[in-house]
Design a protein around this ligand. Structure first.
Ligand code: GLU
Length: 480
């Protein structure tokens, strides 16, 4: 049977790194096995689902380059299938109407709490007579539909990641709600654990690969497969993504949505590479690879059971490795939007200027947003000199050096790094100072700082933008 796997995000938030990492594992497995990768949007929670989140999920997957072969399918468009399946279970007495009110359920939980028992539904409406049902109906109660969970019994499966997993049906919280009834008394939208089984059956899913937080759901879902007389798929539960303290990663750890990582300047190839390493390791211990390369060797026996700690340093290292090895043209295209977002006016510079800037700063980039910080002085006049730069500008030879630089540069229409080198040499000689002093003075005057990209190519770029002379003049003025 050919492999069919899926990613099934709920559009109740932006594409989460956990979902994206699950998508990566599914995608790798599908590609490795020559199988099919399906996208299903689990939008049955009408209150919390939003179109903008669906959009964000689709755009996020596209940005990552995780293409799917079928879908997106939407659960809200499959209601008929769920209703028909609920009716089948009702007819076979594997499910029933439960009329408990919220207050009754609450009272039940209170008693359980007082007795130090885990909260559960006590199955009290499992065997209502027709008369009892009618009486509740007459009271105007709106029922839910519950699926019968026989107790006690063991539920076990051979997990692709965790080996044998077993669960007791007594730990599933009692008969579970699988669907609600709408105001007209008709069977309405189903609940997650039920809809997922109907979908996975209809879509002929062969392996369900998802986060470890779904293990108890798998136990419930296996009972539904059995009740429907269907062979379940294989299951594989991937480790959760944890923060450095070992807790599930959350917003407080910096970022959780793929879009946030994109906005922070991570590039998709690097981010995919890092996500693949969150819980999986290729046997040669390789750390840098494309998803296509990983797909050649992906297998579940190298997926860890233990939680995967999110490591910013590692992600940063991987991102910088990619940025340092991509062609200049490519890096230039990728960082341009970040310069625009920073509000820099790119109308006044041409492509060649941007390429030269990229070449200059690319080796210092960890994330694309660094480009905006590092190149700020090319676009915006710095507010003030740093203390160190100010100190440098207090040097006794400074006026002579800067004036000499202005003299040398003012009639130069064309400047490149060779000519700039000559200019420095000339000024060094004429002022009788060390070359280092001229370079440092130049840097302080041009950038307001003593740290930054190489100064000669920076001078060239500033000169081409018509900013070198005004900055040198500004330094002179600041000395008065
Ligand atoms: N909608 C579920 C989620 O986003 C999908 C779980 C599954 O893959 O079955 O967690």
């Amino acid at each position: 049977m050919s492999v069919r796997v899926r990613i099934a995000p709920s559009p109740t938030g932006n594409l989460h790194i956990g979902t994206a990492r699950t998508a990566v594992f599914n995608w790798l497995y599908a590609r490795r096995q020559g199988g099919t990768f399906i996208l299903r949007v689990e939008d049955t929670d009408r209150e919390r689902s939003k179109d903008e989140y669906t959009q964000n999920i689709l755009e996020g997957l596209a940005w990552l380059g995780i293409n799917f072969d079928e879908g997106p399918f939407f659960q809200t468009q499959r209601t008929d299938r769920y209703v028909a399946t609920v009716e089948k279970l009702l007819a076979e007495k594997k499910a029933y109407f439960c009329y408990c009110t919220e207050a009754e359920l609450e009272a039940m939980r209170e008693v359980q709490k007082a007795n130090k028992q885990a909260p559960r539904y006590d199955n009290r409406h499992r065997y209502l007579t027709d008369e009892q049902r009618q009486a509740f109906e007459n009271e105007g109660r709106r029922p839910v539909i519950r699926f019968i969970i026989e107790e006690p019994r063991a539920i076990a499966w051979d997990d692709l990641v965790r080996g044998t997993v077993s669960w007791s049906s007594s730990d599933l919280g009692g008969d579970m709600v699988i669907a609600r009834v709408d105001e007209q008394g008709k069977i309405g939208l189903p609940l997650y654990n039920f809809a997922v089984v109907v979908d996975d059956i209809d879509m002929q899913i062969t392996q369900v690969i998802r986060g470890e937080d779904h293990i108890a759901n798998t136990a419930k879902q296996l009972l539904i497969y059995e009740a429907l007389g269907e062979t379940p798929p294989q299951f594989g539960h991937t480790p959760l993504i944890l923060n450095q303290q070992g807790a599930k990663i959350s917003k407080r750890d910096g970022a959780t949505s793929v879009w946030e990582f994109r906005n922070m300047g991570y590039i998709p190839e690097a981010f995919n590479n890092y996500m693949a390493l969150l819980g999986w390791s290729p046997n040669e211990g390789k750390e840098l690879f494309s998803l296509q390369e990983a797909a050649q060797i992906f297998s579940f026996d190298r997926v860890n059971k233990a939680g995967a700690k999110f490591d910013w340093d590692k992600l940063n290292w991987i991102n910088s490795q990619y940025l340092h090895s991509l062609p200049t043209e490519d890096v230039c295209d990728r960082l341009t939007p970040f310069l625009q977002d920073a509000g820099y006016d790119l109308q006044t510079v041409d492509r060649q200027w941007l390429l030269d800037l990229t070449k200059l700063i690319a080796p210092s980039l960890t994330v694309l947003t660094d480009a905006a910080t590092i190149s700020k002085f090319f676009f915006v006049d710095f507010e003030d000199y740093t203390d160190e730069a100010r100190e440098t500008l207090k040097g006794e030879a400074i006026v002579g050096i800067i004036n000499a630089l202005i003299e040398e540069l003012k009639d130069l229409a064309e400047l490149d790094t060779d000519i700039a080198g000559e200019v420095i040499k000339t000024v060094t000689k004429s002022q009788g100072v060390k070359k280092g002093v001229v370079m440092k003075s130049l840097r302080a005057a041009l950038t307001g700082d003593l740290h930054g990209p190489e100064i000669l190519p920076s001078l060239v770029l500033l000169h081409r933008k018509g900013l070198a002379l005004p900055r040198l003049q500004r330094a002179i003025n600041s000395l008065k």
